[in-house]
Design a protein around this ligand. Structure first.
Ligand code: BG6
Length: 365
């Protein structure tokens, strides 16, 4: 079943050109610039009337919500909350009848997420499920939903589900904001860019040989790795850190790049690997300025940037900066490409350390 791959995780990473295509199939129409989601059709009036959207999920699924949040805020212009399911159920959150709650889960069976869903149903909210496993509890309990159609995910690390959840969430935002005249051009730009994503993921996967070298030369002996991202890339930092802990057993933190100045800078030295997302978007100049502060402390930098970006090679750095270059897409989709090197890094680090990649020693996983 694993075909030419050694592990399910590797196979699932390599399936992403196909799975991102599958989640869009029959839904994204690039000729009319429309997104049609059959699973939401009967609820569109209620959904478009929402005064607030709350996304609830656990771990990797939560990170996909963080990735999608900025584009919801931009396209829908209503408050958008993202909640970790366990924290959500620990509090008595105020949920109203005109709230729309989106539950995101690969398995559709995560206990905390189901618990939160039942709470929202009892409070009268309209509920959407974004689920991979058809017929699962979350898909049955929600009012409406979007299936990921990513096929079974056997490796313990969620990889292809993350990118499919991300695409599904963006598709929902595009569908719910269809009436907004002021957003027509932005929506077109995103829809056109979505159709290119599967092939761009293929391009990123070609980085694998450089990533193997990076793991051997820079990362294999390390006990800690930090990920820095901001704006659209904060979710990439969270997801990178999550994979590193879960699969490679390396202590890791995903940090808002701007929080560098609030403590993190004090631990920068010439050993600790710092992976920074510096792909092109409106806040890249701020990221560059943070990187310069890390360089001033001779930090061990690994930069994820766009192909052909000469910024880093031109820097007079005290030590070589390693770059991983990915193709460019529209800002709100860039995380779909940026996350692929992280998946490969955590996979190869685990393999090099002899860890059973498809399982986890964390009993809660
Ligand atoms: C954890 C898994 O148990 O559950 C994570 O190890 C996953 O990889 C999380 O992200 C949430 O799972 P689901 O099925 O709700 O997306």
């Amino acid at each position: 079943i694993k075909g030419p791959y050694d592990h399910f995780m590797q196979k699932e990473i390599y399936e992403q050109p196909e799975t991102t295509e599958n989640v869009m199939r029959g839904r994204v129409d690039a000729s009319t610039n429309r997104v049609v989601l059959g699973g939401l059709e009967n609820w569109l009036t209620e959904l478009r009337r929402a005064r607030r959207i709350i996304m609830v999920a656990s771990q990797t699924s939560y990170n996909s919500c963080v990735a999608a949040r900025p584009i919801y805020e931009e396209l829908m212009e209503i408050p958008i909350n993202v909640e970790s399911a366990s924290d959500f159920i620990d509090r008595d959150c105020c949920i109203f009848r005109n709230d729309v709650c989106i539950f995101v889960s690969q398995s559709g069976e995560t206990a905390d997420t189901i618990h939160a869903l039942k709470y929202c149903i009892n409070n009268g909210a309209v509920t959407i499920g974004v689920v991979n496993s058809s017929g699962s509890s979350i898909s049955r309990l929600t009012d409406c939903g979007v299936y990921l159609n990513a096929g079974p995910e056997k490796g313990v690390a969620s990889t292809k589900s993350y990118t499919s959840q991300y695409v599904a969430l963006v598709m929902i935002a595009l569908c719910l904001s269809e009436d907004s005249v002021s957003r027509i051009e932005r929506r077109k730009e995103i829809i056109q860019a979505l159709t290119l994503i599967p092939n761009q993921i293929k391009e990123v996967l070609e980085l694998e040989p450089s990533i193997i070298k990076l793991c051997e030369n820079e990362l294999e002996k390390q006990e800690t790795v930090f990920f820095f991202g901001r704006g659209f890339q904060f979710a990439s930092a969270l997801e990178g850190a999550s994979k590193m802990k879960e699969i490679s057993y390396v202590y890791s933190e995903g940090i808002l790049t701007d929080d560098l100045k609030r403590g993190a800078l004090s631990v920068v030295d010439n050993v600790l690997p710092i992976i920074v997302f510096a792909t092109k978007d409106a806040i890249l100049p701020k990221v560059v300025s943070s990187v310069e502060q890390i360089m001033a402390r001779k930090g061990n930098l690994i930069i994820i940037c766009n192909k052909g970006d000469k910024t880093w090679k031109q820097k007079k750095q005290p030590r070589n900066i390693v770059t991983l270059e990915v193709p460019q897409t529209v800002d709100c989709l860039q995380g779909l490409l940026n996350v692929i090197p992280l998946q490969l890094i955590s996979y190869w680090l685990a393999v090099k350390k002899g860890i059973g990649v498809d399982f986890s020693r964390d009993p809660a996983m």
